[in-house]
Design a protein around this ligand. Sequence first.
Ligand SMILES: CC(C)(COP(=O)(O)OP(=O)(O)OC[C@H]1O[C@@H](n2cnc3c(N)ncnc32)[C@H](O)[C@@H]1OP(=O)(O)O)[C@@H](O)C(=O)NCCC(=O)NCCS
Length: 189
Amino acid sequence: MTKSKLGLLAGGPSCIAHRSKLPTKLRNKQQTELKVRNAQLDDYLGIRKIINSKNNRNSFGFLPKVVVDDAVKHQNAEGEKSQHRIRVVEDTDGRIVAFLRAYHRQDGATTLHEIGVAEDMQSSGIGSFLLTELISASRKRGMKKVGLKTPVGMRSNGYYPRFGFKQVGTYTGRKRVLNCYELTLQLGA
Ligand SMILES: CC(C)(COP(=O)(O)OP(=O)(O)OC[C@H]1O[C@@H](n2cnc3c(N)ncnc32)[C@H](O)[C@@H]1OP(=O)(O)O)[C@@H](O)C(=O)NCCC(=O)NCCS
């Protein structure tokens, strides 16, 4: 069975994307050395740069510092047991090039709040790595599903189904309509 750059199992049983390692080569063929780690309190500015960049801005809601700090503090204090998950990817210069924030709810559903990759690093597999990592971590702690919302009409709507997410409805927010996606996690899968 052959694999595409994103780990799509061509002709495989489910054709579900996954990426278990960070890319070492970017889309523009540049070599890179990236590192993933739990976010720390001084990462907020790097995260905000990703969110506020020209082409990314429209995909995100407002993410206040207090929300990021709260997630970081809980994750640092509680480790693996923490319901908060906030991960960042950094390059060799210490620049934050991607992040993911999620929450493992008591009812067995993991909510993916945001996933973002710096514009010049997109389409190189970094987002797929962070999403694969979240799905694996959710499965490991016995979560039943992963859910997320993304604005109607955005390119990201084509992204999540590659990982097995199915649209389960829409949600009318204050400013726009969002599509709701869920990935059901089968135990042991
Ligand atoms: C969506 C996103 C997280 C994917 O991460 P990534 O590392 O760029 O993507 P990967 O390399 O893992 O996968 C490539 C796929 O990502 C999607 N993608 C790439 N750039 C994207 C962008 N600017 N916006 C939305 N989706 C994008 C496409 O489906 C792409 O597939 P294609 O190359 O066949 O078109 C990232 O592109 C991003 O941060 N986009 C802007 C913000 C956003 O849409 N966030 C999600 C909503 S909260």
